[in-house]
Design a protein around this ligand. Structure first.
Ligand code: GDP
Length: 421
């Protein structure tokens, strides 16, 4: 069987070499059409600029735009083993938006650090975002090893510096790789210049990463996307985010808590009554009773109620803020969890941390690039899970007007008092 594609994300402080790593990867794995590099080299020469592998990214995106692929934020390449999708976020805000809205789901992150410069402000901020998003598999690429004469001592020193910082976030990388993206050292193959390094090359490392399975063993979460009406029948459509479901299953629908039974799948395996649909599949189901279900509600299995989702009006969140206007107490936003969208008011700002310095501030506002613990009060009940138990129903996005202004995860229940108005 063909291996599924692995989604990876590259982050790092500006100029530490993210675009060069990606450009070089596309080049080395021959993801670029014949002649592209010559063309880009020629243009660089004509305009009097030195050649940059980073330029290949633009050329590649241009190619993809002209082809069928419209999503230019996803760059693809393949090795003998499988396909890869690089989620190229020009900045951490785009990355965060993509990740939280579920548009892209990176399983593995590569944090790029310049060997000559070490940890800088955005290195820290990006690491913080990775933690917030729950991306556990992190590799550190210590780039520009050519600038430090491929010295092991320099690599070890930067490695230690990165490790010390990540430890403050309780992050432990799966590996550290010395590379020179510009010269292609230790990317495709291990490098003679790095003879002291006995680990795998970047591509070898990629190829041995195991893709995570769909969360089939978890309790069912089927957020309703749409309800279609045909005569007097209704078909409830959605993507199974976790668990399994089959005809005859007793279900409990939140936030109402109403219970009924699945009588049929509209689009799927209608003849085989024993077949079950599972995480990752989109389904249309029919129910025994008609509750006038709506988009946003979450279907669970009645036999799995020991792990029922939480239904609440008050939500405590770990929030990363990227809105131009600060988040302030009392202001109303739209909050989205899976397919739910609810108006919420900021009830309390419990804690504000600068994501770059990790210094806590006593503040009444959450500003651009801050991380904060914020409590929201919703206009109507919300259904959620803790992020470590259920990813899709455990993360959220905050919309201010028409813009995604923040997002994050839910890891705790609010314990404070709430004066309900
Ligand atoms: P980004 O901002 O992280 O995407 O960084 P770029 O990929 O644009 O690289 C910034 C600069 O560092 C460019 O001038 C690159 O040519 C240079 N660079 C990237 N990787 C290396 C490397 O391995 N060695 C050296 N000497 N320069 C590099």
């Amino acid at each position: 069987m063909k291996e599924p594609a692995l989604h990876i994300v590259m982050v790092g402080h500006v100029d530490h070499g993210k675009s060069t790593v990606i450009g070089r990867l596309l080049y080395d794995t021959k993801a670029l059409p014949e002649g592209t590099i010559d063309k880009v080299k020629r243009i660089a020469k004509e305009t009097g600029k030195p050649f940059e592998y980073a330029y290949l990214l633009d050329a590649f995106e241009e190619e993809q735009k002209q082809g069928i692929t419209i999503d230019t934020t996803q760059l693809q390449f393949k090795t003998a083993k499988r396909e890869y999708v690089i989620i190229d976020a020009p900045g951490h805000q785009e990355f965060l938006k993509n990740m939280i809205s579920g548009a892209s789901n990176a399983e593995v992150a590569f944090l790029i650090v310049d060997a000559a410069r070490g940890v800088e402000e955005q290195t820290k901020r990006h690491a913080y975002i990775l933690r917030l998003l729950g991306i556990k598999k992190i590799y550190v690429l210590i780039n520009k090893m050519d600038l430090v004469d491929y010295q092991q001592a320099k690599f070890e020193a930067v490695k230690q510096q990165v490790a010390d910082f990540l430890a403050t976030l309780h992050l432990k990388p799966a590996g550290y790789l010395p590379i020179s993206a510009y010269y292609g050292e230790n990317l495709l193959k291990t490098s003679k210049k790095l003879a002291w390094y006995h680990g795998k090359s970047f591509i070898e490392t990629l190829d041995q990463i195991e893709t995570a399975d769909q969360p089939i063993d978890k309790p069912l979460r089927l957020p309703i996307q749409d309800v279609f009406k045909f005569d007097d029948r209704r078909i409830i459509a959605g993507r199974i985010e976790a668990g399994t479901l089959k005809v005859g299953d007793q279900i409990t629908i939140y936030p109402s808590g109403r219970q009924t039974e699945v009588t049929a799948f509209a689009n799927w395996a209608p003849k085989d009554a024993k077949a079950q649909a599972s995480a990752g599949q989109s389904v249309g189901i029919m129910l025994k009773e008609e509750f006038f279900n709506q988009r946003g509600e979450v279907i669970t299995r009645t036999d799995e109620q020991a792990n029922a989702p939480i239904v609440t009006n008050v939500l405590q969140t770990n929030l990363f803020w990227m809105g131009q206007a600060p988040l302030v107490t009392g202001k109303v936003y739209k909050l989205k969890i899976a397919t739910q969208q609810v108006n919420v008011k900021v009830l309390k700002i419990l804690k504000v941390t600068d994501a770059a310095t990790l210094a806590a501030r006593k503040d009444a506002e959450v500003k651009l690039n801050d991380v904060a613990e914020v409590v929201f009060q919703a206009e109507q009940p919300l259904v959620y899970d803790f992020f470590d138990q259920q990813h899709v129903t455990g993360r959220f996005v905050v919309v201010d007007g028409y813009d995604v202004a923040g997002g994050g995860t839910i890891t705790e229940k609010y314990q404070g008092e709430v004066a309900l108005k």
